[in-house]
Design a protein around this ligand. Structure first.
Ligand code: ZN
Ligand code: ZN
Length: 852
């Protein structure tokens, strides 16, 4: 450990001064860049612990600190357990905020971003996070994003990247595309009086749906993921089996409306057909009907607003009757055609049949607009009462546990039978078929923005769309682009970028000016960490197969869907092209809870933001980090209390004062004996005095508790509480004549237990108690289950209320065990032999056997 001459000398018997201690150690750690480096090859088992990489906004917030404190505690624990630990960090550094900042304060995105990275790295280092910075990944640099481009070409070669028309937000004043975040209340963020329009543009998509089935199925193979996240992904992928059925508009040559339904068995109960407001047939009908057109525009606006807030399921349902009719192909009935704001164009076919009697949503809608509700399923009740209650179902009756009525030739079938027969019927008569549909869509990766990875394609008049050859990568994002101007995507205004030659014919060609969604960057960055400087490939497959999958990934639950689905998709693709061998990127996932203050999410507008810098300044990094782990269990929401950080600060002060005073009193030789033994060799010759035995027991119980929590539930709050109790007992026992070896051993283990939570103080104390090794890789303490057990206790045994004997048991023994032990006791036998035991009475203190 390199030491520097001008380091502050930290004296014994002084006030705890976290600034002094932390600056001393931060300085030492930074002078040793290899300190946290993962070993390229090792006989140790590997452990890859990863926290989600941040967006370089310029300052860490407490949510980051909590996330990284969890990962850092785990990394430090695994180092102490003897693992070869990979614990890297990087920057998700493309994206819109850099462009917004450039527009508002005239700083180029690259400069702004790289400056922020520097600031945040200083904060991370000050907080003492143990990252292997030699593997740092910065996604906005060409050495990284060239591989995004390379992957894009691989997708393209396999027909997994394609172009299609898709809607974008368009501001007519800016004459440019807006990101969803730039649409405020339906208007442009720069032109608050200008309504945003929807325009169709050709855009690039990745075919995520090709992996939909596998992405769904493999969720069952991720037992280390929170069930909540797996459920969210299942719903997002949204697989449903059902049928497509054609309803034809009732005039000759009328268009066909294909509806998707999971309940074709209820089709005789369909009393309307409903179209999405953006359905082509809606547009067609509206084109000829100005009143309808106006209504449809409103429905689209309502739907967009609900989509923006991500809450389409709870939208207040509105619709409009088009005045047209469509024909149910099963019974030739004419049903009205409606347009409704809750029908999405990108789910199923964008059209449904509405069966109010057997669907919650349809029921609600029908009640509101007084559409007929016709029951066609009755509950299937078997056994007694079946005849009497057959039609008494409360509507809507939505389960499959029923049979059909009023359904023509299908009447009497059970729902599941009917689904099979009716789908087959539709196929036979050519008006429908069974199908599987997914809510998951292909991933639109085109962004009409500047600060992102250029998509490596060119357009040639002769050859059409031509990929940039691999050898010409990277397509460098030009600098010095004025992005404050309006009118088109920024890259279209850079002629030296835009104009190029066709790789195929050598003629003039135009580059693609769309850049990639930043979720591309985060879909595979954690592979790059394993081989961060490779300039011939995104990474070496051999190295990746050593490190992947990630053993433990830690981040916010807000990434449960997009980031974690895209990463899984990317992994499966890389496996299919032979780059990796793992099917899944992440073995175990942990989603930490949010930090709030005063009951609300921290935000500048509420003025309740807690700055990590301020916490470090007032209480030290150790206290701030440890508090974020102590306040509640890490998966729960944490309501930040400065007073709580102060409490941790006082605890750490107590530990500091205690050890700085008492390490001097312990004989140096004794300390060394304890220190050099690998497992704690305690003076357990059975002759320990009760006070010493109590401390020894507490020590082993604490080691067990903290170890169990790391291995299991991660309730670091209880781990830290246990360490506090140990400290209190040690404090209380200091004037008793503890064996010097035991005393030193407890102190030493206390420091080891603190190391993952308060690394600065632990390192200082480790040095103070005379340890020469590096605490980072000192062996994690072992506990002896025997020594952790509570002492046996003596219990008086009465017979008919008179004390006759005593038994000795462990405190955790059950009543039954105590009774068994009491009745076989020799002295008790003398009083109960030949008699009948009427009952046995237990109190906390004794056992009373009543005999007759
Ligand atoms: Zn605008
Ligand atoms: Zn060409």
């Amino acid at each position: 450990m390199p030491q520097k001459e001008d380091e502050p000398a930290i004296g014994r018997d002084e006030r705890y001064n976290p600034q002094q201690i932390e600056e001393k150690w931060a300085g030492r750690w930074q002078r040793d860049p290899a300190l946290y480096a993962a070993e390229p090859s090792s006989t140790k088992p590997k452990y890859y612990v990863l926290e989600m990489l941040p967006y370089p906004s310029g300052a860490l917030h407490m949510g980051h600190v909590r996330n990284y404190a969890i990962g850092d505690a785990l990394a430090r624990y695994m180092w102490m357990k003897g693992y070869n630990v990979l614990h890297p960090m990087g920057w998700d550094s493309f994206g819109l905020p850099a462009e917004n900042a450039a527009i508002s304060n005239q700083t180029p995105p690259r400069e702004w971003t790289l400056g922020n990275i520097e600031k945040m790295k200083v904060q991370m280092n000050r907080l003492g996070f143990a990252y292997d910075w030699s593997r740092e990944v910065t996604t906005c640099l060409p050495e990284y994003y060239r591989w995004n481009q390379w992957f894009f070409l691989k997708f393209y070669e396999r027909d997994l990247a394609y172009r299609k028309k898709s809607k974008v937000n368009w501001c007519p004043k800016c004459a440019t595309v807006l990101a969803n975040e730039q649409v405020v209340g339906g208007c442009c963020w720069r032109h608050e009086d200008t309504l945003v329009e929807q325009r169709e543009l050709e855009q690039w998509f990745l075919r995520t749906t090709k992996y939909a089935d596998e992405l769904l199925r493999d969720l069952d193979r991720l037992p280390g993921w929170p069930e909540k996240v797996r459920t969210m992904q299942r719903n997002w992928i949204g697989r449903s089996e059902g049928a497509l059925v054609d309803f034809r508009l009732d005039y000759s040559g009328g268009d066909v409306i294909t509806v998707f339904t999971t309940r074709v068995d209820t089709i005789y109960g369909a009393t309307s057909v409903q179209l999405a407001p953006e359905h082509p047939i809606t547009s067609e009908l509206a084109a000829a009907d100005p009143e309808l057109r106006l209504k449809v525009t409103q429905l689209i606006a309502e739907q967009n607003k609900a989509k923006e807030s991500g809450d389409i399921a709870t939208i207040e349902k509105h619709g409009v009757n088009t005045g047209h009719f469509a024909i149910n192909p099963y019974n030739a009935e004419r049903v009205p055609v409606w347009v409704a704001n809750y029908i999405l164009m990108d789910y199923g076919t964008g059209a449904i049949m509405s069966v109010p009697a057997h669907d919650e949503r349809d029921f609600e809608f029908a009640k509101k607009y007084e559409i007929e509700i016709r029951q066609v399923i009755v509950p299937e009740i078997t056994g007694e009462g079946a005849r009497a209650t057959q039609t008494e179902a409360e509507l809507p009756f939505t389960t499959l546990n029923g049979k059909l009525i009023n359904s023509g030739e299908f009447t009497g079938l059970s729902c599941s039978e009917a689904i099979k027969k009716m789908s087959a019927f539709a196929e036979r008569y050519n008006f429908g078929k069974t199908t599987v549909t997914f809510r998951l869509k292909d991933w639109g990766i085109s962004r009409q923005r500047y600060w992102g990875t250029p998509i490596p394609m060119v357009y040639c008049e002769k050859d059409g769309v031509v990929p940039v050859p691999e050898k010409d990568l990277p397509v460098i994002l030009p600098e010095n682009v004025d992005i404050t101007l309006t009118g088109g995507s920024p890259l279209t205004r850079v002629p030296e970028f835009l104009n190029t030659t066709c790789p195929r014919c050598g003629g003039p060609a135009r580059r693609e000016t769309d850049t990639m969604d930043t979720f591309v960057d985060s879909s595979w960055y954690f592979y790059r960490y394993t081989d961060a400087h490779n300039d011939r490939a995104p990474f070496d497959s051999k190295i990746v197969s050593y490190w992947l999958p990630i053993d433990q990934y830690i981040g916010g639950v807000e990434h449960a869907i997009l980031h974690l689905i895209y990463s899984r998709f990317w992994t499966k693709f890389m496996r299919d092209i032979g780059l990796v061998r793992n099917d899944e990127p992440v073995e175990r996932l942990f989603t930490q809870g949010m930090i709030i203050k005063g009951g609300a999410k921290m935000s500048k507008s509420l003025g309740n933001v807690v700055s990590p810098d301020e916490m470090v300044e007032r209480f030290g990094a150790d206290a701030a980090r440890m508090y974020s782990l102590f306040a509640t269990s890490p998966d729960r929401e944490l309501d930040w209390q400065d007073e709580g950080v102060a409490g941790i600060y006082r605890f750490l002060s107590k530990v500091f004062r205690f050890i700085s005073r008492n390490s001097a009193n312990t004989s140096f030789a004794e300390t060394q004996i304890a220190a050099t033994s690998q497992a704690p060799t305690l003076n357990n010759d059975g002759l320990l005095a009760p006070e010493a035995r109590a401390i020894q027991r507490k020590l082993h119980q604490t080691i067990k508790r903290v170890t169990d929590d790391f291995q299991g539930r991660w309730h670091f709050n209880t781990s830290i509480a246990a360490i506090m109790e140990l400290m209190n007992e040690l404090h209380a026992a200091k004037d008793k004549a503890l064996p010097v070896g035991l005393f030193a051993d407890v102190q030493r283990n206390l420091v080891l237990l603190l190391a993952p939570f308060a690394p600065y103080l632990a390192h200082e104390l480790w040095e103070m108690i005379g340890e020469k090794s590096n605490l980072l890789k000192a062996a994690w303490p072992k506990f002896d289950p025997e020594l952790a057990k509570e002492e046996e206790i003596e219990i008086p045994v009465q017979v008919n209320g008179k004390l006759r004997s005593k038994i000795v048991v462990r405190p955790e023994t059950t009543k039954e065990e105590r009774k068994q032990k009491a009745v076989v006791d020799q002295k008790i036998q003398n009083f109960i032999a030949g008699k009948q035991i009427v009952k046995v009475i237990f109190t906390g203190k004794l056992v009373n056997i009543v005999v007759r």
